[in-house]
Ligand binder design. Sequence first.
Ligand SMILES: NC(=O)c1ccc[n+]([C@@H]2O[C@H](COP(=O)([O-])OP(=O)(O)OC[C@H]3O[C@@H](n4cnc5c(N)ncnc54)[C@H](OP(=O)(O)O)[C@@H]3O)[C@@H](O)[C@H]2O)c1
Length: 276
Amino acid sequence: MATAPRIPLASGNSIPQIGLGTWPLDDAGAADVVSLAFGLGYRHVDTAENYGNEAGVGEGIRRSGVPREEAFVATKFNRRWHSVDGVRSAWENSVRRLGLEYLDLFLVHWPNPDQDTYVQAWEGLITLREEGKVRSIGVSNFTPAHLDRIIDATGVAPDVDQIQLSPYWVQAGPRAAHRERGIVTEAYTPIGRGTDLLAAPAVVAAAEAHGVTPAQAVLRWHTQQGLVAIPKSSDPRRLAQNLDVFGFDLTEAEIAAIDALDGSGPEQADPDAFGH
Ligand SMILES: NC(=O)c1ccc[n+]([C@@H]2O[C@H](COP(=O)([O-])OP(=O)(O)OC[C@H]3O[C@@H](n4cnc5c(N)ncnc54)[C@H](OP(=O)(O)O)[C@@H]3O)[C@@H](O)[C@H]2O)c1
């Protein structure tokens, strides 16, 4: 059975390099897909309060029969919980919906700088980790400036920053900032949902050269560079494909040709202007 290698996190835990994205599945869809994916060898699932499917994700894990300690479960909380007490309430709600006793990774979903309380949200996560309620803590959609602010305020760097990252947005600056701060970069929308990324000639050429699908070539581009990626699929064949990306290596020239797609995709959401 295919499995994904794990990458060490600063907290001492480790994260499977391929995880299952679950947006926009509802509870019933998430239960079906998570249980199917875990049966195929997935051990990492990404959800969020905002997706409204945490109960389904928990049900899917239980249905799969995979022991809790083998699963890596990540979820995120919304802006209304950005205070130390608020983050505790967000955690209580998420673990109740998931039917779990602890989380592997808990993330601030968006910084929401207009509200200016993401430092307090970060302090809340540090407290939860000290109490053993979460193994690892992180952020999502944080720019290097947001990261510096929480690290300066607390002395604690996130284990993970989950950002929109694909060959259309290679995010060289944020990735360098993560490396310098010991943060693992996690890519969401890794295969470019809603774009023509999988038809880009550089991607198709690499896929043909290795006898794999375009999605597998793109996911190998992520994993070969040490990124974590969380592709979403509801299709059994594509789910299996997306995990089976460790049996070949792209050449430096193929990686460079795929890198050259940077900036040619549609506009991304601006974390200084958008959030929930
Ligand atoms: N932190 C954040 O703010 C944030 C924002 C967006 C997303 N996310 C997370 O990131 C996850 C992944 O991102 P995403 O869902 O936006 O985009 P994505 O994973 O890049 O793309 C998903 C789309 O690709 C299709 N697909 C999957 N595997 C494929 C394959 N092998 N070949 C061809 N098409 C394939 C899926 O359709 P089928 O299902 O029909 O296969 C789906 O339409 C989300 O599910 C969510 O967990 C986080």
